[in-house]
Design a protein around this ligand. Structure first.
Ligand code: AMP
Ligand code: MG
Length: 509
């Protein structure tokens, strides 16, 4: 039996310069108890599942709250900044989360981060607590997205308490143990750039690449050999030895992963709700579940965050918003790429914070061009799978395989194919229940449907009561399936395998 307490933690982040974090001990909740423990996350960590009510539950609470010894634990709150609803906030940081350390599992490593453990120097006016309600929501979404095969942070366990926490009404405090390869955000880079700690910006880049981007090991080694960063931070932190090749290669990776992430969200109707740059992971993980939601009725303009008064983060805008955020990350890398642009821009009002995309150094701007293709290829692959036109491969992730191009029967639909574009318009116009639509489309007899008849087949009529434009779409779909020679039983089984039967309905969550 391996328990969490037997994992020897290491906190590599706590070995970075002091400017990166503050050491903070958790402050205990009153009468804590284990409410949920996720066996999937336990498997990632190679530990045994634990059931609420088991004896180990109490010990786990004590361990997490710092009341039991844990080898290697070194709790810190990480500093970062971020663009919140388009406005730059120069210092944020973990206001209610503590990075306890990293667990090494084989050749992987995971941050263990405790959410809701009391105030930190970055709490601003907050109490450092998480209420049970929002913690349950994060726990459920983490499991749901992992189940859908979408990159996400994980939640190992959920601890409830009798600790009063005041929001609009009195609630109780809870703890969530979040597990992720890294918690570095776009906003972490923005913080070190815009506070003119450029030597630390390079340190952050090197540390991030070293830990989480092994595919860039050669580029990192070259950067260190050709222009080593000084071993001691310079007195003037603006002094930095640029490492353009490394910064550009890093951005390219983040762009690709972010494109893939949103290419995964859109087909399942996931809306993040608070796509500020401090909530964007450089690893392309879904991070910081707040007022997220899955689409119930398909609505391009859906806003799941009640405080998003200007509807900045609608479902339809997510792809554009993430590109904008990538632009902010690119701007934050300028000191490492082009000291000339950095120097000129820092004399302008707002400095690099407001750097317009067209003024980015060309290599960074070129890399941003990779976003559209990464997003579109992933999106079309998933939509083609949802339509049963291609099979979802098991095992190997699609990005590891050479894309099949053009007219091949197993190629995803190409960009601009009417079948996807028209369907999105129809679903939006009819405000059709997203989950039900895909299940019903996957259940009905497409091959046996007599397209000469006037009726829309029964399982779909109630979704499209006014019928009209849905008929020609269904005819086009039937033709595409036939053109590809997809067997009817195969189409249905493919569809039922990828289109979820149930969705985490916001009204329940
Ligand atoms: P969010 O919008 O939830 O990603 O949070 C934005 C910032 O506010 C982050 O720096 C959080 O750590 C901080 N924050 C959110 N809620 C609290 C809280 N209850 N206490 C302290 N800080 C908080
Ligand atoms: Mg956040």
């Amino acid at each position: 039996m391996t328990a969490l307490s037997q994992i020897v933690l290491d906190n590599a982040y706590a070995r970075l310069p002091d400017a990166f974090y503050r050491r903070v001990q958790p402050t205990a909740l009153r009468n804590p108890r284990l409410l949920a423990f996720d066996s999937g996350t336990a498997a990632l960590l190679g530990i045994d599942p634990l059931a609420p009510g088991e004896e180990g539950g109490r010990a786990l609470c004590d361990l997490l709250q710092g009341e039991r010894a844990w080898e290697g634990v070194d709790p810190i709150a990480q500093v970062y900044a971020g663009h919140q609803f388009g406005v730059y906030v120069p210092r944020l940081g973990d206001g209610r989360a503590l990075l306890l350390g990293q667990a090494r599992v084989g050749d992987r490593h995971y941050d263990l981060q405790l959410k809701g453990a009391g105030p930190t120097p970055y709490s601003r006016r907050g109490d450092g607590r998480a209420v049970l309600r929002s913690t349950i929501r994060e726990y459920l979404a983490s499991v749901a997205l992992r189940g859908l095969g979408i990159p996400t942070t994980h939640a190992l366990c959920l601890i409830g308490s009798d600790h009063p926490v005041y929001r609009e009404t009195p609630e109780t405090g809870a703890l969530l143990l979040r597990v992720a390869e890294s918690h570095v955000r776009f906003g972490t880079f923005e913080y070190f750039c815009h506070s003119e700690q450029h030597a630390h910006l390079r340190t952050l880049l090197e540390a991030t690449v070293e830990r989480d981007f092994p595919q860039l090991a050669d580029v990192l080694a070259r950067a260190r050999r050709d222009a080593p960063a000084p071993t001691e931070a310079p007195l003037d932190l603006r002094e930095v030895v640029p490492c353009p090749e490394l910064a550009v290669a890093f951005l390219r990776e983040v762009v690709r992963r972010t494109g893939h992430l949103v290419g995964e969200w859109q087909p399942v109707g996931f809306c993040h709700g608070v796509l500020n740059t401090d909530n964007c992971s450089v690893l392309g993980l879904t991070l910081d579940y707040g007022p997220y939601g899955f689409l119930d009725d398909f609505d391009l303009d859906h806003v799941c965050n009640h405080s998003d008064h200007r509807a900045r983060y609608t479902y339809e805008r997510q792809p554009d918003v993430l590109l904008w955020n990538l632009g902010r990350l690119a701007a934050a890398l300028v000191p490492l790429v082009d000291p000339g642009v950095c120097e000129t821009q820092s004399r302008e009002p707002g400095g690099l914070v407001h750097l317009a995309l067209e003024r980015l150094p060309e290599p960074l701007l070129d890399v941003l061009d990779g976003y559209g293709p990464a997003l579109v290829s992933r999106y079309l692959r998933r939509m083609s799978e949802k339509l049963g036109l291609i099979a979802r491969p098991s095992g190997a992730q699609p990005e590891d395989r050479e894309p099949v191009e053009g007219d091949a029967p197993d190629a995803p639909l190409s960009a601009g194919h009417r079948l996807v574009g028209d369907l999105v318009v129809l679903l939006d116009r009819g405000k059709v229940d997203h989950t039900t639509f895909w299940r019903r489309l996957g259940a009905f007899d497409l091959a046996g449907w007599n397209r000469e008849g006037a009726e829309i087949p029964a399982p779909l009529t109630t979704l499209f009561p006014c019928g009209g434009p849905f008929r020609p779409w269904l005819v086009a779909y039937q033709e595409e399936v036939a053109r590809r020679g997809v067997d009817e039983a195969e189409r249905r089984s493919r569809m039922q395998a990828v289109n979820p039967a149930v969705v985490l309905r916001n009204s329940l969550a």
